[in-house]
Design a protein around this ligand. Structure first.
Ligand code: SF4
Ligand code: SF4
Length: 484
């Protein structure tokens, strides 16, 4: 008799029961007791159906076990030995081209009034020489308007325009005129356009805040937490900390700009890993609606790089904050830990990524001179150029990029259960760590798998305790599809 064998899944427990995360389909199943017992029995070692029935005979009758086996075969959690395993949904599928551009990140300047020690634009890890390189320091109004035309040509019905830097607000005049131009041109083209920006908050004057509020601009503030943590790395060129300058400006922004939720984006280093304290400060004392954390992108020899033990600490703290999130949203209260919310949304939608992010696909970065690159972090890099806003996307370069970076090309990831959500991780980080965007970020696999497991457990808990919270991700999707 042909033996039954376990396929590719991750088994986890939540709300007192077992769940399966099926890797090829990125689907989740709650298991009843017989199915869980069958899965465990077959995972120990492959066995014929009769042997499974015999092994579990003291707990379940034969008909129940056979029914559980049929169900598990149907969802392909188990299979018959020698039969080919199911292919991943992403396998060998290259996106349909031309792929519509959804988000354009416009680097309106590559200059900054801060000199954050860890900054990828200015430190030793920089890709583009923003001091002596050929790119202009500030984007001209003409290039910005040409970029808008490019976005409207390449986008679907909805286009997202994100302003970025350097410090974005150093080129506020171009930002302002570009928004007016983009709004007018989008209306003429029958498209919707949405605006957002990232800022270090140092230049948030009252008139700028009023403009952002009146124009419904989504704002993300880069900030690292309370005074001593912010001032460790986020300093002016003379070394002075920026906390006392930015804190009152951010409070004013939050007071005046009520039309869209404003988020904080925290860069974590080995010296600033106090996540719960940072979260409390930014939400309770400053007043942010949401806080997202990202480990610093740097080569491993920098003193502030997060090492193995740092990632363990990071995971412990992320977990603790994620369970706080769970307890709040389980009773329909807001919690602003955006990392967990974003991952829950991906899990709920069954995301199975062929690529780690939209860079080079639905998201492109534009340099100050109008060169198009993978994303904002590569904007201005000749080696990562994918055309320019005047002549359009270099489709051959884009196709070659997508071919070389597909998850199927990352053999190290091929047996990893977390690959539907990770897909090898950020290209920029891979470039900085390993010198090649094609390499998976193997230095943080344990952290990624630990974090994905945590989010799956939270998902399982919420599916029992407050499924309506998860269903709102469907409503968001339905809304998005209705306007596409
Ligand atoms: S980088 Fe690591 S965690 Fe991510 S998919 Fe590859 S092996 Fe898995
Ligand atoms: S490559 Fe990295 S920085 Fe660029 S969009 Fe992707 S995740 Fe973000």
């Amino acid at each position: 008799m042909i033996a039954l064998t376990a396929r590719e899944f991750h088994l986890f427990q939540a709300a007192g029961r077992d769940f399966l995360y099926l890797v090829p389909s990125a689907a989740i199943f709650a298991l009843d007791a017989p199915s869980a017992a069958v899965i465990r029995t077959i995972s120990e070692r492959k066995r014929a159906e009769e042997a499974v029935v015999a092994a579990l005979a003291d707990r379940f009758d034969a008909a129940t076990i056979r029914a559980a086996i049929r169900e598990l075969l149907d969802v392909r959690a188990i299979g018959h030995e020698h039969e080919p395993a199911p292919e991943a949904r992403t396998s060998r599928l290259l996106p349909m081209m031309p792929f519509p551009l959804s988000t354009m990140v416009l680097n309106v300047t590559n200059q900054c009034n801060l000199a954050c020690t860890y900054c990828y634009e200015y430190g030793e890890d920089k890709i583009v020489d923003t001091e002596h390189g050929r790119q202009s320091k500030f984007m001209s109004e003409r290039t910005a308007h040409e970029s808008v035309e490019f976005l409207l040509r390449e986008s679907g019905r909805i286009a997202h325009l994100t302003f970025f830097g350097g410090e974005t607000l150093l080129n506020f005049s171009v930002l302002k005129s570009t928004m007016a131009y983009a709004r007018r041109r989008a209306a003429e083209e029958g498209k919707e356009i949405d605006f957002s920006l990232t800022t270090n908050a140092t230049l948030l004057k009252p008139e700028i805040i009023d403009f952002l509020a009146e124009n419904h601009v989504g704002v993300t503030v880069s900030i690292d937490g309370p005074r001593e943590l912010q001032n460790k790395f986020r300093v002016f060129h003379n070394g002075a900390g920026s906390y006392d300058i930015v804190a009152p400006r951010i409070k004013e922004l939050l007071r005046v700009h009520r039309t869209r939720p404003i988020g904080a984006r925290v860069t974590l280093t080995s010296e600033t890993l106090d996540i719960r304290r940072i979260y409390r400060h930014l939400t309770e004392e400053i007043g942010f609606w949401e806080v997202g954390f990202a480990p610093v992108t740097t080569s491993s020899n920098q003193p502030y790089a997060i090492g193995e033990h740092g990632f363990e600490r990071l995971l412990d703290q992320f977990r603790a904050l994620a369970y706080e999130f769970l307890e709040q949203v389980a009773v329909n209260r807001h919690h602003g830990f955006s990392n967990v919310k974003d991952t829950l949304e991906e899990i709920h939608k069954g995301v199975s990524k062929a690529y780690p992010c939209g860079a080079g696909l639905g998201l492109l970065g534009v340099s100050t001179d109008g060169d198009v690159a993978l994303c904002h972090r590569f904007a201005g890099s000749d080696a990562h150029r994918l055309g320019d806003v005047r002549s359009g996307i270099d489709r051959a370069a884009q196709a070659a990029f997508l071919e070389r970076h597909h998850i199927d090309e990352k053999t190290d990831c091929s047996r990893c259960w977390a690959r539907p959500l990770c897909s090898g991780g950020c290209y920029h980080e891979a470039h900085v760590r390993y010198g090649a965007t094609t390499r998976p970020n193997l230095h943080y696999c344990e952290w990624i798998r630990g974090w994905t497991d945590t989010c799956l457990r939270i998902y399982g808990e919420l599916s029992e305790r407050n499924p309506q919270f998860l269903e709102r991700f469907d409503r968001d999707e339905a809304k998005a599809e209705a306007v596409l």
